[in-house]
Design a protein around this ligand. Structure first.
Ligand SMILES: Cc1cc2nc3c(=O)[nH]c(=O)nc-3n(C[C@H](O)[C@H](O)[C@H](O)COP(=O)(O)O)c2cc1C
Length: 391
């Protein structure tokens, strides 16, 4: 996407439209899609859109700020890049570009343990604050080594994702026969040719030695597969026996804040805090795991109440506007994470595209705070909104 077109984007939707133009169908489906009937994806948007604002008039909003702290780290905006596995599918610069964009914008980025670039490459790429997301593998020695590497590399927080006990059935990927790297079928070849720019970038990157795979693991760790079929990787290599004792295990292993990602009930929020979590991340994996869940914003009030200020609470799922972030913060979240939006930016313009997405949200948060008569994040409270938490 040219710099001019990125600058003209009036919201995340425009960046998504550009990403759709750039990405071949199978990759677009991998990023945009979710589990089964994608009910949860729709509910994430519906839950946020169902919340209304209650503005305060005649408030001096000439001085506004969206600066805050997350787990003790000062940030310029309460938006965090969520972990996205194999982000280099969208653009070869992948997770390195995302971390640099976040660093430039003064926000936190979270690296997926299933990243294409290695955690060491990402850690070296910029100075900004970074968190590391973990899946627990059946091979516990390997899991421990990855955690130790992330600690060594300087990641500030460890986020354990708890909503992937097994792979979900992602309808679009099943239909497309999606693998990494993609192996186009005869009926997909024409679509690939239509997206020659994407294909050329991938080919150049592969030729320069950057094979598109899970960069934190060796080929042997991954079962020496020629191509990765994500369902097989999850079902064969990830540990379906993970339990609360493992949160305690990680709390001991990791010297720093621990975040539990993928909490969707008050009960699990409480158990997370009891097991030592410093933050609870309300998420349904962007509708990519269990289908038929509530929208994450509908769950937020009960989680905030259950946590009772003993840990930070975050929210992701369907956040596409700065106003979505303000709604979640009014309900007690300390930050909102974005997944697909930054991948759209990456596909559309590499690092500059991710920077543009963060900037769009920053500007929208700013204007929402002004229009709402709540000029700072501290001035937000549940009275600023109405309508969340339908049972
Ligand atoms: C392509 C893709 C890959 C993802 N990979 C991971 C991952 O490796 N680990 C993880 O915890 N979450 C992963 N997620 C979920 C995101 O971290 C986040 O919870 C979700 O995308 C938020 O919803 P949103 O996309 O509507 O913003 C992934 C999401 C997408 C779209």
């Amino acid at each position: 996407m040219s710099a001019r077109r990125l600058a003209r984007a009036a919201g995340v939707d425009d960046v998504q439209a550009e990403a759709r133009r750039v990405l071949p169908r199978t990759v677009r489906d991998f990023v945009e899609g979710g589990a089964e009937d994608e009910i949860t994806i729709a509910r994430n948007r519906a839950a946020l859109q169902g919340i209304s604002f209650r503005p305060r008039a005649l408030v001096d909003v000439s001085r506004r700020s969206q600066a805050t702290t997350l787990l003790g780290t000062p940030v310029d905006s309460p938006v965090v890049l969520a972990p996205v596995g194999l982000a280099a599918l969208a653009h070869p610069t992948g997770e390195v570009a995302a971390a640099r964009a976040a660093s430039e914008a003064g926000v936190v980025s979270t690296l997926s343990s299933s990243s294409a670039w290695s955690l060491e490459d990402v850690a070296r790429s910029c100075a900004g604050p970074k968190w590391f997301q973990l899946y627990i593998w059946r091979d516990r020695a390997l899991t421990r080594r990855v955690v130790e590497r992330a600690q060594q590399a300087g990641f500030r927080a460890l986020c354990l994702t708890v909503d992937v006990p097994v792979a979900a059935r992602r309808t679009r990927d099943l239909r497309n026969g999606f693998t990494v790297p993609p192996r186009p079928r005869a009926d997909q070849a024409l679509d690939l040719l239509r997206h020659a720019g994407w294909f050329r970038r991938l080919a150049v990157s592969e030729l320069s030695g950057h094979r598109l795979t899970m960069g934190n693991f060796t080929s042997a760790d991954l079962g020496a597969r020629d191509r990765l079929r994500m369902m097989d990787v999850v079902n064969e290599l990830f540990d379906p026996t993970v339990g609360w004792a493992d949160v305690t295990w990680l709390k001991e292993l990791w010297d720093g804040p621990l975040v539990v990602k993928g909490v969707m009930t008050a009960d699990d929020a409480r158990r997370s805090v009891d097991a030592g979590a410093d933050a609870v991340w309300v998420s349904n994996h962007g509708g990519r795991q269990l289908d038929g869940l509530r929208g994450s914003a509908d769950v937020l009030p009960e989680v905030v109440a259950a946590v009772g200020g003993q840990a930070e609470v975050y929210l992701d799922g369907g956040v596409r506007r700065g106003s979505d972030v303000v709604k979640a913060l009014a309900l007690g979240a300390r930050a909102c994470m974005i997944g697909r939006p930054w991948v759209y930016g990456l596909a559309a313009g590499g690092q500059a595209g991710v920077e543009r997405v963060i900037e769009l949200l920053r500007v929208e948060i700013d204007s929402t705070l002004a229009l709402l008569g709540r000029p700072t994040l501290e001035s937000l409270d549940p009275g600023a909104v109405i309508g969340a938490g339908s049972p």
